[in-house]
Design a protein around this ligand. Sequence first.
Ligand code: APR
Ligand code: PHB
Length: 392
Amino acid sequence: MSHTQVAIIGAGPSGLLLSQLLHLNGIDTVVIERQSRRHVEGRIRAGVLEQGTSELLIEAQVGGRMLKERLVHEGFGLGFSDRSFRVDLKGLSGAAVSIYGQTEVTKDLMDARTAAGARLVFEAADVSVAGFETAHPTVRYRHEGRIHELTCDYIAGCDGYHGVCRRSVPAGALQTFERAYPFGWLGVLADVPPATEEILYSNHARGFAMCSMRSLTRSRYYIQCGVDEAIEAWPDSRFWDELRARLPASVAASVVTGPSIEKSIAPLRSFVVEPMRFGRLFLVGDAAHIVPPTGAKGLNLAVADVRVLYQALAERYRTGRADALERYSERCLRRVWKAVRFSWWFTTIMHKFSDEPFAHRLQLAELDYLTGSTAALTSVAENYVGLRFDAP
Ligand code: APR
Ligand code: PHB
């Protein structure tokens, strides 16, 4: 049996960043992850960091490579009616976003945690959490054939949507809110120069498409597809043809094709659990909320939760006061719901929901209104770069 102050379940960006920030505040953690380190480091996810996210990575002393390698984007594009409109994020909101893959963020965090001698347990099986409604929570898991028990002061459930923590809270103590969308995103990563300088989201009668990138030589593209479609039905050539068909012609002409180095289909959903704390168990990131990727809020929301939680834990260990911990759920949920709303809205105006021409005309009218109104654009820009943090 061993002890730590904060047991962290899950070594995704939430768990690793929380571990790193607590370490810098003199708080001991153990991170317990179901998958192998290789698996965690290899996952391809989104790549847009809000300014507040980049700032927290810097504060966590893991921003060095990000600052060198990131692309700073002061705008993004909206494609519709065969034209491309630039949303001037900087001019409208004063802020910009950083293009830096979540895969790279995870690597940087992993390296920093390893260098500091952190206790990270990979390939932990049968992880279970208990006792969090008392002052003595415990975590049990099997590792290399042996059962381990870890006692702790607090548990951070950073184990994603499919994790064990949320499911361990007694039925009836949590309320969930959910919306599934009738489509998914088919994503392709390829070592070809991006078609656009900035990210472009395109509304098209055939369905949504988008152009993104990881660097000046690596592109990330997505197209809306059916939730049940088989990846085998999408050989590279079909993907490239469909992508080009859904982009404004001038952008389509700039698409450089090449072999895909990753291709996957992800469903789109909105999901929120309330509250995000149950006794001494805190749900963080994807364990508590999921947003559709339109708007790139998933990672940024997770990082915002980590900011609230590490500050509250630091205060608790520094002063003995737990009031900030008590307010964790309420503070996070205010931001979460605003991001859920923005991601839902952006998804709604950019995707094809039906064959009904009326619905598409409404979307085009909304995009036409939006791109002609500084007031409406300012609202979009403010949400895209990340809302200000509410006062504690
Ligand atoms: N025990 C231990 N670890 C677990 C368990 C379990 N029972 N279940 C899941 N995990 C691990 C997963 O293997 C994963 O490494 O928890 C981790 C959760 O990581 P993410 O899913 O990346 O979630 P999070 O860290 O909250 O990251 C924020 O925002 O929108 C997203 O894609 C974005 O992944 C990003 C997320
Ligand atoms: C990505 O680059 O993977 C990406 C960018 C912006 C989004 C979603 C995904 O809104």
